[in-house]
Design a protein. Structure first.
Length: 159
């Protein structure tokens, strides 16, 4: 049997993290000592390791709870059910990566359009592109703030 501090130390987490998982119903101490200390078994330690590994690959607490439910009653589930949880998460992560790539590309265009010099920001191409209804990025011309160049449009993320 492990006390809360011992189990936390064994799994390289803080006791607060363990309490957090308890609060969200992912882990429950097997029993309490006469002094009221939480006591955990080796099986509880394995469950905590499962939670930590699932968290490390990006599953949310509700997704971990779903996986734990399947794990506890494997005979009533099929591999297709587990794969569906993973594939759903994979699709979410893929969409997030695409969104982040879009942000990166747009920010790169904004950055490249700006001279980054000590000139006044009155004609800053970044600010002008963000103010523009079309999102056009015009390379800076600090001479007179007249832009006779070809604008580059930034794409806004569709909602």
């Amino acid at each position: 049997m492990y006390k809360i501090g011992e189990l936390a130390s064994l799994c390289h987490i803080k006791t607060d993290t363990l309490r957090f998982y308890e609060k969200h119903g992912l882990l429950t101490p097997s029993e309490r000592s006469e002094a009221g200390y939480r006591l955990y078994t080796a099986q509880d330690a394995e469950r905590l390791q499962f939670i930590l590994r699932a968290k490390a690959v990006g599953f949310s607490l509700s997704e971990i709870n779903e996986l734990l439910s399947i794990d506890l009653d494997r005979s009533h589930w099929q591999c297709v059910d587990v794969k569906a949880v993973v594939d759903t998460k994979l699709a979410q992560v893929t969409a997030k990566i695409q969104e982040l790539q879009h942000f990166k590309d747009s920010l790169n265009k904004l950055s490249e359009s700006c001279c980054g010099g000590p000139e006044s920001a009155e004609c800053c191409s970044i600010l002008e592109a963000l103010e523009s209804a079309t999102g056009e990025i015009k390379p800076e011309n600090h001479g007179d703030c007249e832009h006779d160049c070809h604008p580059v449009a930034i794409k806004t993320q569709e909602a």
